[in-house]
Design a protein around this ligand. Structure first.
Ligand code: ADP
Length: 302
């Protein structure tokens, strides 16, 4: 099984004619509410793709918390280690989208910021038995470090969102940053070319493998001294929100099923490419059958 330790947010999305400057009020469009948060997105991605998934996280004792819990539960995610924090609101992301499609996002972590070492200890059985444990950076370091310590299987760490100076737990087996997150970890400029990405990823110490996601340029896999570029599948993207989350969830499922890292990256790239062809975050996430069909269409078999 797969254990995801991480965040759940209620995403509040409104269109704006332009982004406000300090002191300015702008009138936006109607608010749309969607389930989100990197932890929840990755858990739902893994569940949709056929993984047996348990979640470790926190919501507030409010309507949003109940709705976010239900959103992951109906996808088949085990929520027994999803705790309720009295007196603290559920995490929310306030997202303004300009007509050019540019986002500004304010995340209020709320209950996510209360996830603790003790919470992970309460979920020790789940973490110990998981074939893959998936972590991101929307919950406190303390929780991530405890979860990595308790994890019995492969530890996959998505250092997102980028936090300068963040130190992944020493037990991490596979780091999965995008270019910006890689720059934050390696302490360098955002690398552009595959050669620059390879050089930056080589500076990371600790994890046995690094998989750098490169958007429409695919992914770069570094394992020991070897590296390989996996090109992106050719699709017409509509909305790349949660492509990285889909990729991480899919990678966890494939690794939990015993595929090699290279096979797993190819499968994850297919699932993530599919997710970019649809709008939204959790609503865009691919299902297992679709990935198999997509791979066949692209001559990559199962
Ligand atoms: P993030 O959303 O975390 O920034 P990326 O943008 O790197 O992550 O996307 C994650 C993965 O999704 C990529 O490695 C790639 O496999 C797939 N992907 C993203 N954008 C595209 C695209 N335009 N075409 C095909 N695949 C894509």
């Amino acid at each position: 099984m797969i254990s995801v330790v991480g965040s759940l947010n209620l995403d509040l999305v409104a269109g704006v004619p332009h982004h406000p400057v300090p002191g300015e009020t702008v009138l936006g469009g109607d608010i749309a509410e969607h389930p989100g948060g990197k932890g929840a997105n990755q858990a739902v991605a893994a569940a949709r793709l056929g993984g047996r998934v348990g979640f470790v996280g926190r919501v507030g004792d409010d309507e949003a918390g109940r709705a976010m819990t239900e959103a992951v539960r109906v996808q088949g995610v085990d929520t027994r280690h999803l705790a309720v924090t009295p007196g603290v609101p559920t995490g929310r992301a306030m997202i303004a989208v300009s007509p050019e499609g540019e986002n500004t996002i304010i995340v209020s972590p709320g209950a996510n910021s209360r996830l603790s070492e003790a919470d992970c200890e309460s979920a020790a059985d789940q973490l110990r038995n998981a074939g893959v444990t998936v972590l991101q950076q929307e919950v406190p370091d303390e929780a991530n470090h405890a979860a990595a310590r308790l994890a019995g299987g492969t530890v996959l760490y998505n250092p997102a969102p980028a936090v300068a100076g963040a130190v992944p737990p020493p037990q991490v087996d596979i780091l999965v940053p995008n270019r910006t997150e890689l720059a934050a970890l390696a302490g360098c400029e955002v690398p552009r070319t595959v050669e620059e990405v390879t050089a930056a990823a080589r500076r990371l110490r600790g994890a046995a493998a690094v998989v750098v996601t490169l958007g429409g340029d695919g992914a770069l896999v570094l394992e020991g001294s070897a590296h390989r570029h996996v090109p992106a599948f050719p699709v017409r993207p509509v909305d790349t929100t949660a492509a990285g989350d889909c990729f991480c969830g899919a990678l966890a499922v494939a690794l939990d099923e015993g595929r090699t890292l290279e096979q797993a990256v190819l499968w994850a790239a297919a699932a993530a490419a599919l997710s970019t062809t649809r709008a939204g975050a959790q609503s865009s996430l691919a299902r297992r059958g679709e990935v198999a069909q997509f791979l066949e269409q692209h001559g990559a078999g199962r």
